[in-house]
Design a protein around this ligand. Structure first.
Ligand SMILES: [Zn+2]
Length: 428
C-alpha cells in the first residue's frame, strides 16, 4: 500500500481537477482525498506533479510475432511505460497475422512473460490480412481480442464492409477502420500536392480517406460501433461531425495522432523518410480542421500509431523506406506543449482523449481515478523541459519527425496495476 501525496488529480471520467492524494492498495485505487488526507502505507510526496488515469494507446504496432527486428514486446512496452502509457492495443499486421484464436493465445502467452504494461490485442479483419475473406470475429473476441481491425489492409468493398459491421455487432466488439481507398492513394509515398511534385515522388489523393468513410456509411445499418483510425483530412473530420449523432452507426468515434496536429507535408521536405507514414502528413488546412475537431469533441481519441521500423529500413530514403514512425515516447510531450499549452484543448480534454475515452472504446475497466478502479496511473511533470533525442528511445524504432524538438511536459512515473514501472523518469 502507498499514497501519492499533494499532487494535482485530474480525472476526465468525473471532471475532478483538484489538489489531493491517491492511495493504492492491492492493485486498485483505495481512496482519493484532499491534500490533508492522512496518507497510508509508503508515502510519496509529489508536490507539483499531476496524476491522471493511466494513458491507453489504442493504436500500436508491437511487431510481434515475426518482425522483432523492428520492435519486440519488451522494447515496445518499455517505450510505452516511458511515454506514460499503462496499456496499449497491439495491431494485427504481424507475421503471421493475428487472425485466428491460436495465434492470439500464443501472443498472449508471450505478453504475460515479456510485457511491461498491459497489452490488449486487436484481431485481423481478414484471413492472413489478404483482404479476401473475413475472419471469425466472435472466435477472436472469445480468444480475448478487444477489437477487430483492417489497419494497414483497408477493406475496399461495401459488401465486405457491411458484413464486417454485422459480425462486429454480433460479437459485441468495436471495428477499427483504416480509411483508405487504394484506387485513390495508389501507394503514394506522401500526400499529393506541391511538395510531392517538388520532390518528384508519387502522391496520395487525400480524398482516399473521406471516400473510404463514405463507403462505410453506405455499408452501415445503424447498429455498428465503428472507430476511425488515424484521421488526417479536413473532409473526414467534417464528415465525422455529421455522422456522430446520426442514424448510420450506433456508435462512431475517431482518433488522430500527434504528428498530424503538429506537422504537415511541408515537413517532408527536410525530414524525408522520418516523416513518412500512412496516412501521410497533410496540408495546413487539414491540421487546423483536426485541431478544431479535437476541441469540439468530434475526435475523441488521441493515439500514436506507433509504427517502428529498424533504422536500416528507414534509411532507404523517402521513396523506398517503409511507412511508419515511432510515437509512444513523444506523444505526451507533443500534446502538452502544442495542444494544451498552445490553448487548443484543456488539460482535462487532452488527458480524456488519452485515457478515459480510449479505455471506454475498448471496453476496458478503468480510465478513471474513482476508488475501486485498477491502479493504472500516469504521473506527469507538466513543467519538464526536454528535447527529443531518438537515441534515448526505448523503442527499437528511432524514426520521428520530432527529433530535436524542444517540448514541455513529460511522464514522470507510470504505475500499472499498483506496480511502479517508471519512477522519476527511470523505467524500472
Ligand atoms: Zn497503424
Amino acid at each position: 500500500m502507498f499514497t501519492l501525496r499533494r499532487v494535482l488529480l485530474v480525472d476526465p471520467a468525473t471532471g475532478r481537477e483538484a489538489p489531493g492524494s491517491v492511495c493504492v492498495e492491492g492493485g486498485r485505487i483505495k481512496w482519493i482525498g484532499t491534500p490533508e488526507a492522512e496518507p497510508e502505507g509508503e508515502v510519496y510526496d509529489l508536490v507539483g506533479l499531476t496524476v491522471c488515469p493511466g494513458l491507453v494507446d489504442v493504436h500500436v504496432h508491437l511487431r510481434v510475432p515475426g518482425q522483432e527486428h523492428k520492435e519486440d514486446l519488451t522494447s515496445g512496452t518499455s517505450a510505452a511505460v516511458a511515454g506514460g502509457f499503462t496499456a496499449v492495443c497491439a495491431m494485427p499486421n504481424t507475421t503471421p497475422a493475428l487472425d485466428r484464436p491460436e495465434r492470439i493465445a500464443a501472443l498472449q502467452a508471450r505478453i504475460a512473460q515479456e510485457a511491461r504494461c498491459r497489452v490488449y490485442v486487436a484481431g485481423a479483419a481478414t484471413v492472413d490480412n489478404q483482404g479476401e475473406e473475413l475472419t471469425d470475429f466472435a472466435a477472436l473476441r472469445e480468444a480475448g481480442c478487444v477489437a477487430i481491425t483492417d489497419d494497414a489492409f483497408p477493406l475496399q468493398q461495401v459488401p465486405m464492409m457491411a458484413e464486417a459491421l454485422r459480425q462486429a455487432h454480433e460479437a459485441e466488439v468495436p471495428f477499427l477502420a483504416h480509411l483508405e481507398l487504394m484506387e485513390l492513394s495508389r501507394g503514394g509515398v506522401m500526400t499529393a500536392g506541391p511538395v510531392a511534385d517538388a520532390l518528384g515522388v508519387s502522391g496520395q489523393d487525400p480524398a482516399a480517406e473521406s471516400q473510404a468513410l463514405l463507403r462505410w456509411v453506405e455499408a452501415a445499418d445503424g447498429i455498428a460501433r465503428l472507430h476511425l483510425l488515424h484521421l488526417t483530412t479536413a473532409a473526414t473530420a467534417r464528415l465525422l461531425h455529421y455522422l456522430r449523432p446520426g442514424p448510420f452507426f450506433e456508435r462512431i468515434s475517431g482518433e488522430t495522432a500527434p504528428h498530424y496536429l503538429r506537422r504537415t507535408a511541408e515537413d517532408v521536405r527536410h525530414s524525408g523518410a522520418e516523416a513518412k507514414m500512412n496516412p501521410p502528413l497533410r496540408e495546413e488546412r487539414d491540421r487546423l480542421a483536426l485541431l478544431g475537431a479535437l476541441r469540439n469533441g468530434d475526435i475523441e481519441v488521441l493515439a500514436t500509431d506507433h509504427a517502428p521500423h529498424s533504422p536500416e529500413e528507414k534509411a532507404r530514403g523517402l521513396a523506398e523506406a517503409p511507412f511508419g514512425i515511432t510515437g509512444l515516447e513523444t506523444a505526451l510531450g507533443v500534446i502538452i506543449t502544442h495542444l494544451v499549452n498552445a490553448g487548443h484543448v484543456t488539460l482535462q480534454q487532452a488527458l480524456g482523449k488519452l485515457s478515459t475515452n480510449p479505455a471506454r472504446l475498448l471496453g476496458l475497466e478503468g480510465g478513471t481515478l474513482e476508488p475501486g478502479s485498477p491502479a493504472d496511473l500516469t504521473i506527469i511533470d507538466l513543467h519538464k523541459h526536454w528535447t527529443v533525442n531518438p537515441a534515448q528511445f526505448r523503442s527499437k524504432g528511432k524514426a520521428t519527425p520530432f527529433a530535436g524538438e524542444r517540448l514541455v511536459g513529460k511522464a514522470w512515473g507510470t504505475i500499472v496495476g499498483g506496480e511502479w514501472r517508471m519512477r522519476e523518469g527511470e523505467v524500472l
